[in-house]
Design a protein around this ligand. Sequence first.
Ligand code: HEC
Length: 125
Amino acid sequence: MRFYVISLLVLLPALMLLSLLKPFVVGFVEKPIGSEAAVAQPVIGDAMRGEALFLSKCAGCHLPEARFGPHLNTADFQARYAEDADLVFAIRSGREPMPAFTRERLSDQKLADLIAYLRSLSPEK
Ligand code: HEC
């Protein structure tokens, strides 16, 4: 009999303590590992940020006054690069003398911002 009383005295507080800890333990265990990385978030470009990026990274060659890289807002350009994927490919791979803008140089978010900016330009005749 004494044994049961003592074990009850020990077990009850232990159980209460466990139930107090449970939310923390369960929260930790139930969180799927790498969930943030596994679900690709759609990257939404922001034309305002894209403009600033364009001015710092591309305008030196691509502005009309620079006369070095082709203009990126002609009707012809917009027709050829109607698909974002083609623009992404051109910018990521580069073409002599244009450097390849790899992910280290330009994050996916920044690339999306740049593309949003290029898409916001009205076609030049
Ligand atoms: C060092 C100068 C330089 C820089 C910096 C540069 N470009 Fe270029 N870019 C060029 C040149 C030159 C070409 C044409 C290459 C060719 O067709 O032979 C080109 C081509 C392109 C094309 C393909 C155009 C077409 O008509 O097919 C795209 C798109 C482009 N650049 C986007 C960008 C973007 C966006 C940036 C900034 C992140 C950038 N470039 C930075 C020089 C540059």
